[in-house]
Design a protein around this ligand. Sequence first.
Ligand code: HEM
Length: 443
Amino acid sequence: MSALPTRIEKEAGRPLTPLQIFDITAARETTLSRLLMLYISTGLLFMLLPGTFLGVWNLLAISSRHAADSVSAGWIQAHGHAQIFGWIGTFILGIGFYSIPKLRRLNSFALSVVRSSWALWTTGVTLRWLTNVYQWQWRTLLPLSAALELAAFAIFFRTVSGHRPQDSDKSKLEEWVLVVIAGSVGLLLTLLVNFGITLVLAIRGTSPEIPAEFDQRFLVLQTWGFLVPFVWGFSAKWLPVFLGLRPVRGRALLLAVGINFAGVLIASAGWMMTASLVLVAGLITAVYSLRLLESTARPAKVKGVHTSFPVFVRLAYIWALVAGVLGIWAASVQNSHGIWGASRHALTVGFLATMVFAIGQRVLPAFSGMRLLFSTKLMFVATVFLAIGCLLRVSSEILAYQGLVRSAWSWLPVSAITEMTAVTLFAVNLLATFARRPPSTLS
Ligand code: HEM
């Protein structure tokens, strides 16, 4: 009796030998790895030039004039958008597409959706940056950039939601998947609000800059509502294995996500004090559910990365707590521009960027064709620079912007250069990893 044809045989329209099936499967895996490298390299480019370079430029201008409001809001928003959407957003979409099992069963024509989404997303984010910085034809280009980002996400969403678990036993989704879905909802909401505000600005605004008060609330949605749940989801999936943690407390994690969304909702109503308290409560619940600060069940798996990896992951979560506490402080005093800025960078650089440095350099080499990280020492140096830069930045921003210590204005440029060195080393390490030939092709 002949065996049932496999999906690949059905596609090919003829029976195939096991070797032929293996070759086709390997070729698809290679295509997906190349697509992932395209997304990650694009994200790195956004991080370096429109993101960090402009951020450093802004900070140098602010510190030379000793005035936080001396730089155009458009340039600051261009920097923030490039980092959140251009860097981390592009990474998330790339890893998301790579992780969908269905894509491994599609032929290369069907994989063109991944390229289309990349093209729309990249054009949208680039247009947004150019419009914020140069303001050319902004009434048309600003909403167009937001529409392109939404279209790219729609393709991603359609592809992901079309995926059904194959094994009926696994039809109940694991908690980390639910948390990643919550992050995707956060991203969708962020993109919808972004589209709405760019339309309003195009019709009634006097410039492409989002008004400060609205921007402050919108930033809570972008960071706590979109990026934070994604990092919690990926933490729940990978940290128990990589750090040897005890099993995640699933219900507590879902509760943390619920509390977090409540905090984002409260912030959107403008009640910043209550929102900050609720966000910290959500974060503490997440740390408890991930069991990050408890004794481990097994030794950490640090093969292929620097042995300091578990320390930096925990440090990242401590930065998130610092961000939350600074948020409470900022909400309780008048004229708290510097404290809000410090809180935001404790979250974006201290928590998010450190987690991307740690988890990214742990999983991306393997996803990109079972490569090995170019240098574990470079990983360590980059992460140490990031930690020092972040500490300098968060402390000097409070001391200088709040008028507490005058000499702190001169530390700000040092923090900017230290952080820029960190992200450059991180990019060099990943790009050098991608440039290496995968071990399977070495004779
Ligand atoms: C790498 C070094 C970085 C430097 C030198 C830098 C610099 C700056 C500066 C000067 C501002 C203006 C407000 C303020 O003074 O606090 C700012 C705002 C901001 N930054 Fe950064 N930044 C860096 C990294 C990052 C990263 C990694 C992210 C996100 C992942 C990020 C996201 C943001 C956001 C969202 C804003 C607020 C934008 C807005 O007001 O709409 N930054 N940054």
